[in-house]
Ligand binder design. Structure first.
Ligand code: ATP
Length: 235
């Protein structure tokens, strides 16, 4: 479904990604783990066209997207939930969700999609008129994921959804990510520092160090890998 082929992404003279190749099949949950500053966020920004690669290619369902604008990439069905959530704090929950559907052509289905996200996250329905900025961290993460779902993505890019959240809330959010994948077949690419939880959820995983992919395997194999256990699982 998605192929990153030897991409190299820069911030000015700083090379953040060095020959990164990643393949994601339709319907999979794939995780990208790595330490702070490894290049995980840059990988997502390269896919979504916000920080396009200087060299290399990105294909979505066989077509090149690495020279497309971010809005065009969203329209293809690739939607990113950014790190730190970035909801609109002064807009209500419902207004935030409607913004997620902004680029869609089939506005008629928006109402039923609102019901779909309220089914996934009932707390958001209770808070529907509350402004986004007054929600707890976990609720804001739920809102950020729901807002992306309102765009009806085929591929959902999640940047550290567990960041700064309590363990119970993280578990809840990861269960819902699994449900989104299972019920609607949405393909998930999950960037995480919480390697343990991410590898338990994913089918396959990539490990990134200093802008390079150093390992790729089934998530269950990575959980058993001695290097991964030492470096990322604290075992
Ligand atoms: P984190 O978990 O902290 O978000 P990450 O794995 O997502 O880390 P990136 O944010 O992709 O890593 O950063 C990769 C490298 O690029 C780092 O060395 C970082 O300092 C650098 N970098 C990231 N954003 C910028 C920027 N806007 N300008 C310059 N350098 C940047």
């Amino acid at each position: 479904m998605l192929r990153l082929q030897n991409i190299q992404t820069y911030y000015g003279n700083i090379q953040a990604l060095k020959d990164v190749t990643i393949d994601i099949e339709e319907g999979e949950i794939v995780t990208l783990i790595g330490a702070n500053g490894a290049g995980k966020t840059t990988t997502l920004m390269s896919i979504s066209g916000i920080t396009p690669p200087r060299r290399g290619e990105i294909f979505f369902r066989g077509s090149p997207i690495h020279q497309m604008k971010p809005e065009a990439i969203v329209k293809l069905g690739i939607c990113q939930v950014p790190e730190g959530r970035r909801i609109f704090p002064d807009m209500s929950v419902v207004e935030n969700l409607e913004m997620g559907a902004f680029l869609r052509n089939d506005k008629a289905n928006i109402k039923s999609d609102l019901e779909m996200v309220f089914d996934l996250f009932p707390i958001l329905e209770q808070r529907r008129t509350q402004s986004g900025g007054t929600l707890s961290g976990g609720e804001q993460q739920m809102l950020a994921i729901s807002r992306a779902l309102m765009a009806r993505p085929r591929l959902l890019l999640l940047d550290e959804p567990s960041l700064g959240l309590a363990p119970l809330i993280i578990q809840q959010i990861f269960e819902i990510i699994k449900k989104i994948n299972q019920e609607s077949g949405t393909t998930i690419f999950l960037v995480e520092q919480n390697a343990n939880q991410a590898l338990k959820l994913a089918n396959r995983g990539y490990v990134m160090e200093n802008g390079r992919i150093t390992l790729v395997d089934d998530a269950s194999a990575l959980l058993e890998n001695d290097d991964v256990r030492k470096a990322y699982l604290g075992l």
